[in-house]
Ligand binder design. Structure first.
Ligand code: PAF
Length: 275
């Protein structure tokens, strides 16, 4: 596995590859990230993962400062997963303009998580555009857990005629149903016990009003619980930690089919339809 520490090394490496499957991350890797890597290795000749904790998408300094750094473990996991190369840029390389130039979307990015986190999606879209321009991947892999992010990245690719296929990958959950997230490691023991309730409640098939009450009664501070297309999306805070999740909504209401708990091993190699 090659480590690419600057843009020059990245460009030389990318130029020698036929077709790149790209997995952008902020590190602190867990089984959810590894499912993206697995999908990328099954669908691409070579796989490049980037690890960059992007400061422009953090609306709270504290959140950025507390973001876990597990680089050594991340590299061990990526090597074992058959990744070809890892790009490890720093802020000065990715933002030579010091973020004077920004990419923004002025509709959907303001709703849901964007309403609670001003500027968050501008930071995400800007860094993903920079990474796409540098890597020029054939395919890029994103998790359905960050459903709004996935929709916005797909929208950006369409709006700017980018020649990359965005591949959505299903949510990977802990055995108790909690959607995997790097933030989960910041939950206290008590909060970790309560956290799986969020998924249980949104999969319960109750009315939205009833589910709102159940989420609050379980001890969460609810930010939103709403439908978008065929998804039911939720964001709620437990102590200091904001959790997001989503489940297919129509299936749930009409078929009453339980949402499947996926592990990395059962993650399909073919993209599912997210839109
Ligand atoms: O989903 C993430 O980890 C980040 O938002 C991304 C896409 C790597 C951009 O920094």
């Amino acid at each position: 596995m090659v480590l690419l520490k600057n843009i020059n090394e990245l460009k030389v490496w990318c130029a020698s590859q036929k077709s790149i499957g790209f997995v952008p991350t902020m590190g602190a890797l867990h089984a959810g990230h590894l499912s993206l890597v697995k999908a990328a290795t099954l669908q691409s000749e070579t796989v490049l993962v980037s690890i960059f904790v992007n400061p422009t998408q953090f609306d709270e300094v504290e959140d950025l400062e507390n973001y876990p750094n597990t680089l050594d473990d991340d590299l061990t996991l990526l090597k074992a997963s058959g990744v070809s190369a890892v790009f490890l840029p720093d802020f000065d390389q990715l933002y030579p303009d010091d973020y004077r130039y920004q990419l923004s979307e002025n509709d959907f990015s303001m709703a849901l998580c964007g309403a609670h986190r001003p500027g968050h999606f501008d930071g995400v879209l800007t860094v993903v555009m920079k990474l796409f321009n540098l890597v020029k991947p054939a395919k890029a892999f994103f998790g359905e857990k960050d459903y709004q992010q996935l929709r916005l990245i797909r929208g950006m690719v369409k709006a700017f005629f980018l020649d990359v296929e965005v591949v959505p990958c299903p949510i990977i959950r802990e055995k108790d149903g909690l959607a995997m997230s790097s933030r989960n490691m910041r939950l206290s023991k008590k909060e970790r016990e309560i956290a799986p309730q969020l998924f249980k409640i949104i999969s319960s098939g109750q009315s939205i009003e009833r589910m709102q009450k159940m989420i609050e009664a379980a001890g969460f501070e609810l930010d939103y619980l709403t439908t978008q297309g065929d998804r039911l999306l939720v964001a709620a805070t437990l102590g200091e930690i904001r959790l997001i999740d989503n489940v297919p909504y129509n299936n749930l209401r009409t078929l009453k089919k339980p949402v499947e708990l996926r592990s990395v091993e059962t993650c399909p190699s073919k993209p599912s339809n997210v839109e």
